[in-house]
Ligand binder design. Sequence first.
Ligand SMILES: Cc1cc2nc3c(=O)[nH]c(=O)nc-3n(C[C@H](O)[C@H](O)[C@H](O)COP(=O)(O)OP(=O)(O)OC[C@H]3O[C@@H](n4cnc5c(N)ncnc54)[C@H](O)[C@@H]3O)c2cc1C
Length: 497
Amino acid sequence: MSDRKEKVIVIGGGIAGLSAGIYALKAGFEAEIYEKNAIPGGECMGWNRNGYHIDNCIHWLTGTDPENALWQVWKTVGAIDENTEYAETDRFYTSCVDGKEVTLWNDLERTEKELIRESPGDEAEIRKFIQYVRYAEKCVLPAIKPMDMMGIKDYLEMGKSMADMPKVMKEYGKISCKELGMRFGSPVIRKLMCDYLPEEYTAYSFLVSYGTMTSGNGKIPLKGSLAMSLRMADRFKEMGGILHTSSSVEKIVIEKKKARGIRLADGSFATADHVISAVDTDYLFGKLIDRKYMPKDLAKAYADRRSYPVTTGFQAAYAINADFSAKDTVFFECAPLKVGERSFSRISVKNYSYDRSFAPEGKTVLQANLVQSDEDYLYWESLSPEEYAEAKRKLTGELTERITARFPELKDEIMLLDSWTPLTYNRYCNAYHGSYMGFVTTVGSRQMRFKGIVKGVSDLYVAGQWIMSPGGLPVAVVSGKFAVQRILKKQGKSIEV
Ligand SMILES: Cc1cc2nc3c(=O)[nH]c(=O)nc-3n(C[C@H](O)[C@H](O)[C@H](O)COP(=O)(O)OP(=O)(O)OC[C@H]3O[C@@H](n4cnc5c(N)ncnc54)[C@H](O)[C@@H]3O)c2cc1C
């Protein structure tokens, strides 16, 4: 019998790909990751400008509570451990309307009191909302094994730990964030309910997001997103994995209905016993293999932009040379901003002063975000290079004006570091419509769940945030593990890894 270890090739060195590589090594395979960019991390990224660090991912990392099974996955991949230090933030975000502001605090009692003080007439609805956020704190993402590999015992245990979640689904699963907002009489509370997630998101997703913060299971590791990605890449290399950076994969080689390896953009080939794709599924099914292999549910979602929208952003980062009073994330109204035919009158800024490593002493980084949709992406894409540069320059200038109009104290203290559009995410990560999450779960859509195997091609597995709505870091990291478990299962081996 040969002692040769079977080899797994992973395409994409984002969080899903790094996780797949680490779990493949843990399961006894050889593993090599091919990443198109010069550094791994994909959308879990940050970069430096003029002595400042722009952190462009983690607003909250689900799975920071050691009691949660997901914590063990993050620990295994080297992202966090018992010694990780977290940002000391006390709130999710603040919404402002007509001079009034309300905050979603991590302390639910404080939020409840503040909202009732703001709008006594909404007391019953506020109390109900707070109660259901408490229920939503119990929501957990399956992290031990994929749901289709779970037995009755696993389901019973999951059901026990998520006892009150069905109530949240029942009450808030069939309404959008916008509809949730409409349940309140106070204009500022209305906005609070639909500022963070796109309005069409199910309200249930919003309660789960907020519950992750209030339960302490969604903290922000200090040093930011890139540092976390690099810790995972180090873990992979220390375990014996080979990470090929600046290595763009052009095709998955399929022979006799089996994935045999990959062809790189430089024309070279690499062979493997198993291939895991950890790139965007729109890119996999279309560029790396023929679109005909795309599962029907996924194809339907891509074809239906209304029921399965995606979300991205136009963003700008600033150096602030001041003691800036706005804490963490603040949403506010502004004079209209035009992107193509669409007009926006609400933006958010996020103060990164919670992490002293991002800016020189006494200064901070501020980022502004204008949420963008499929339609906005198509506008940016339609522009010629010259038009694109001009539109980006103009919008950046207008955004800066809106920020200083809202915070006049910043007028002489703000310096633009960088700005980027939905196209940036497509160029950098091959992200579909620049989306940095998976499909948005709307009231009219079914939550996307894709098993991560490709009908008609054996030994090809799919990881990445698109396999389960709404995507994000937790889905990405478990999807890498799950892809390896699928290989093990097919080989009749234990899936405990
Ligand atoms: C501004 C912003 C804020 C966010 N905030 C949060 C948050 O607070 N919490 C949260 O959970 N999530 C957040 N996310 C989402 C999170 O970043 C993503 O869900 C996650 O990083 C996706 O990981 P992935 O590995 O599935 O995909 P990706 O990160 O897209 O990784 C895919 C990788 O494949 C590479 N690749 C693509 N094509 C090829 C090719 N042909 N050959 C080789 N390599 C290729 C890409 O370069 C990339 O590195 C945020 C994202 C952004 C941008």
